[in-house]
Write a protein that binds this ligand. Sequence first.
Ligand code: WT7
Length: 685
Amino acid sequence: MSKKKAAKPAAKKSAATPVKKTQKAVASKPVKAADAAGGNKSRMTENRLFKPSAEFSGKARISSMSQYKKMHEESLKNPDKFFGREAKELHWTKPFTKVLDWKCPSAKWFTGGKLNVSENCLDRHLQGPRKTKAALIWEGEPGEKRVLTYQQLHREVCRFANVLKRHKVKKGDRVVIYLPMIPEAAIAMLACTRIGAIHNVIFGGFSAESIKDRVLDSGAKIIITADGGYRRGAVVPLKKNVDDALKAKDTPVETVIVYKRTGQEVHIEEGRDVWWSRELEYVDAHCPPVTMDSESPLFILYTSGSTGKPKGILHTTGGYLLHAQMTCKYVFDLRDEDVYWCTADVGWVTGHSYLVYGPLAVGATSLMFEGAPNWPENDRFWKIIEEYAVTVFYTAPTAIRAFMKWGDEWLQKHDLSSLRLLGTVGEPINPEAWMWYHTKVGGGRCPIVDTWWQTETGGHMITPLPGATPTKPGTATLPFFGVDVAIVDDLGKEVGTDEQGKLVIRKPWPSMLRGIWGDKARYQDTYWSEFKGWYFAGDGARRDKDGYIWIIGRIDDVLNVAGHRLGTAEVESALVSHPAVAEAAVVGRPDEMKGQGVVCFVTVKEGVKTGRELADELKKHVRKVIGPVATPDEVRFAVALPKTRSGKIMRRLLKQIAAGEIIKGDTTTLEDINVIAQLVASGEN
Ligand code: WT7
């Protein structure tokens, strides 16, 4: 994102730097492994194999590789039969007549079928012993505990669905949910599905500005929020952020429902804002589920892409729920007796599929924790695992690397012997972190499922099956049922063993996104245009000699910072919205803890003083515009950005400079070679 005015005389200044010095400055920097995964070098040579124990396999639903292969083959060759059979495990109000209707890029799954998601997640478990089993176990950051049985959760969902109805929310309406990690988040989501409203959950770490964009884009007429949420002992002012977002002109929002969580005083706008608890007084607990078409929209979730504007990923009902249910069954092997904990926030897709919908669809007990892993101390997670006897644990590599850094003594204080299965998601895991997770957390006995997927895919796509797949530290291994993966070159030809290529999916799958909210063309362009008829994921990958898939990371202009997706263009657009900034280019650099860190190269307007103070101000500015998730790690001031003669910013060079690497590759197209020397020497001061 560049402002035209940016072409300031800066380039002239840099011309004074002799070329010779350029070359020297560039060459003297040390070489580092340049990869998103931090430690990808060892991922190239990793070959240890961990077979599931006979005990685990003996009880698992898929217990051998031959069983996996047979089922995978069937799922690709005969999806109608395979998914037709699997889908029978959902509760359909009206059975579907056709499994798949595919006309790229439009997929329709389970045509003619009707169902309701909340009915599948709640009502159908009320007939037998699950009625009184824990559906949700919750712990707040300050330490409060709540357990909601299936019966209780059902009741709360019905009541809140009636509250939504009272506020005239109808089938197809969009509802923004901006809540902390409290049971009410799941209740609000399920209540939307009960009446056919489309929820749009916004992560609590996003700013007022981001809320505003999402509210406007989705056309939501109602927002569900809380006064605040707890984060490491501090209060996140959620309601205040909503108020600020709604200062925008012409917002479609008519009602704000506020849940009292932190208790501080908040502004209540007469005629617009109502309290959650008061609203419940007007309703009863009877709310029959609305029958939805299999392809009815279920939710929108915004995610970053390679342009400045986040896109509203649209998921629909039948296929999404089936995939969430199937993966909880086959990948997490969830059973009635499990206590399953996914540490993701409901604001991300992982929280949707694997904290709420998947586990509840299979009738499992899902644990929800409001706080951070290191509050009040570094053993909070281990304490929770011990206290609730968690059996299946799903977290992100970033968290694992943080635990490693904090030291083993924190987990040695706790009994983790209840664990039987571990999972990771969000970014490539380095073998060292994988081994630590395996030995220290899993006591060497728990299989690890490294699950590769995306907001767009709705659920796991490449993952081991814990009772069947021998795992290797660092690889997500093999495709899930129905997933036809290929790694191809720019022309769409499959690359050879151990060669890097682009990851594509060649067949539709039930939980694939159905579109980008309000932007048909962008849906087609982003996912289906690079290779005709195939889904392009935006990731680079390679396949090893055993056919295992190693995800290398994003190859588009999207960063993965601590498992959170962030568009470089989004950060650039936030930077240039600051009055001091002329032009900005943002790149990722390998970061041992977070996978990638955010490095910003900034040129300032004429007469602006650069220095640490401005660097800090710009970091704060980005934080304010997008949210704390996007806070830059480094702001480097430059007199000019490296551009080709046609004016394109050479990001490849900036990435190398940010990583402190020797400049590799061709720089002959660079407009002004001296710019490089200045950039290498640039810092925050
Ligand atoms: C991107 C999707 C899927 C929910 C969380 C993130 C990266 C995700 C893995 C993994 C290597 C992974 C990819 C992907 N990613 N899981 N197991 N190994 N990389 O969802 O925000 O949509 O991000 O996360 O780069 O494209 P998301």
